[in-house]
Design a binder for this molecule. Structure first.
Ligand code: HPA
Ligand code: ZN
Length: 327
């Protein structure tokens, strides 16, 4: 009984949350009405019933459909603000939010609209909730290198509004190497670099994300468990993995939470963290991820709770100066 309370109340950072994946069905319908966007689903209930995923792609199709209701700056603000209120309730004190500009610019939404809405929510979350937020621009890996370059260029006028770049969407068939030059350019611009790798794709994609993209963190990375040499490297170099247990369960990356490799990753000395990925779609925000994962895995106790919370701050991109005040 003490462990769930500890998990819920401990201060933590969240480093793997797609802000479009925090869009709850109720807000999707509210925005659809506000913006006169037609939805393929008749009701909130019908939409929720469609959330039965078999793999990453079956989720992405619905996730991109949900994001189609976002048109105005205020829509992006409302979405991010709703997330920050959930984060506050889970004792998240710092969150690094992924966003997918290509999902919006492809529909005619201006980069500035996306940027201004999200960054205004980050500022208000800091001032009104005491939650610090930062933005990480993700490239959709199913689109071309050229499209990613154009997106980075469109974002350059807003460089002070985001801290890094990431890589998401359909992993299989879209290896990290496809974006080597875009990530080199992002580094030149002084941006942090992260990438989804080893979620559905092989451990080799994790190695490629490090070697070809200069990734400072790996998102998911759970397939690293298949490659002992890679595991030793991730531990030696203290490369953080942003693990998302409920996402892995819902997208059938693992069969049950009891089979999740998180305890093995921690036991091998990796800087693993717990995150929610797309909480509106996968059945829970950050504390729900901690609670269900610890409940399913008796190897995880108070010591691991402390390590995971500490890892979440160590793996974050907040300045070392601010980190000193936290520890
Ligand atoms: N994997 C890849 N792309 C994504 C995800 C994910 O878990 N969530 C949102 N975009
Ligand atoms: Zn993700």
């Amino acid at each position: 009984a003490a462990l769930p309370a500890l998990l819920a109340r401990m201060p933590k950072a969240e480093l793997h949350i797609h802000i479009e994946g925090s869009l709850e069905p109720e807000l999707i319908f509210k925005l659809a009405q506000r913006n006169q966007v037609a939805l393929r689903y008749a009701s909130v209930e019908a939409l929720r019933q469609a959330y039965a995923f078999t793999d990453l792609q079956s989720f992405l199709d619905i996730y991109y459909a949900g994001a189609s209701v976002l048109l105005q700056e205020q829509d992006f603000y409302d979405m991010a603000w709703a997330y920050f209120e959930k984060a506050k309730a889970d004792n998240v004190v710092h969150a690094e939010l992924f966003f997918d500009p290509q999902t919006h610019t492809a529909r005619g939404v201006a980069m500035e609209t996306v940027m201004r809405g999200l960054s205004r929510a980050c500022n208000d979350a800091h001032d009104q909730l005491g939650v610090s937020g930062a933005l990480i621009l993700c490239f959709l890996r199913h689109l071309s290198e050229e499209d990613a370059f154009a997106t980075l260029e469109e974002a350059e006028p807003f460089l002070e509004l985001f801290i890094g770049v990431g890589l998401d969407s359909s992993e299989r068939g879209h290896p990290p190497g496809k974006f080597e030059r875009v990530f080199a350019r992002a580094k030149e611009l002084g941006l942090h670099r992260v990438a989804h790798a080893g979620e559905e794709g092989p451990a080799a994609y994790v190695r490629d994300a490090l070697d070809l993209l200069g990734a400072q963190r790996i998102d998911h990375g759970v397939r690293s468990i298949d490659d002992p040499a890679l595991m030793r490297r991730l531990a030696a170099e203290q490369i953080p993995l942003t693990v998302c247990p409920l996402s892995n369960l819902k997208l059938c990356v693992v069969g049950t939470l009891a089979d999740h490799p998180l305890p093995a990753l921690l036991a091998a000395g990796l800087v693993a963290t717990v995150n929610s990925d797309d909480p509106a779609y996968f059945g829970g925000y950050l504390n729900q991820n901690y609670l269900e994962t610890f409940e399913a895995l008796p190897q995880l106790g108070p010591r691991e709770a402390y390590i995971l919370a500490r890892n979440s701050f160590d793996a974050s991109f907040v300045s070392d100066l601010r980190k000193e005040r936290w520890t």
